[in-house]
Design a protein around this ligand. Structure first.
Ligand code: FES
Length: 140
């Protein structure tokens, strides 16, 4: 299997790994098929994601995609963050091998789950956001 240099870079040197002291939204999703789990924490102020951290218990591609996904949503508005799909994350990483595409879905879902948590806590509705599932293996 061949990984792009960017995937290797984000796998070896993950950005935004860890957790926040007081997150405004926390999302945790997994895929029961491979057993991987990803947690994303967001700090949101005035509709802008000003900080984000992740923890991924999973494969290298899951670590690289969560690293890149957090980079892509950092400093963005919630609406902009909603555009960060798994496809956008894969493009930013110069692609993933086909058998690893599902790992990028975990990153998209974890960010959506964190946004959902934020919206629930603040009585907001985010357009296009649906209730997250804990095991993304079921509906993909
Ligand atoms: Fe499950 Fe990569 S193998 S997220």
């Amino acid at each position: 299997m061949k990984y792009s240099e960017k995937v290797m870079d984000h796998f070896m040197h993950p950005r935004n790994m860890g957790s926040l002291v007081q997150p405004d939204g926390v999302g945790r999703v997994g895929n029961a098929k491979c057993g991987d789990i990803m947690q994303v924490e967001l700090s949101v102020h005035d509709g802008v994601i000003d900080d984000v951290k992740f923890k991924t218990f999973g494969c290298g591609a899951a670590i690289a995609t969560s690293s890149m996904a957090t980079e892509l949503v950092k400093g963005k508005t919630i609406e902009e963050a909603m555009q960060v799909t798994n496809r956008a994350v894969m493009e930013a990483l110069d692609g993933l091998p086909p058998v690893k595409v599902h790992c990028s879905l975990l990153a998209e879902e974890a960010i959506h789950a964190a946004l959902w948590d934020y919206a629930q806590k603040n009585g907001l509705e985010i357009e296009g956001l649906r209730q997250p599932v804990e095991d993304i293996g079921h509906h993909h």
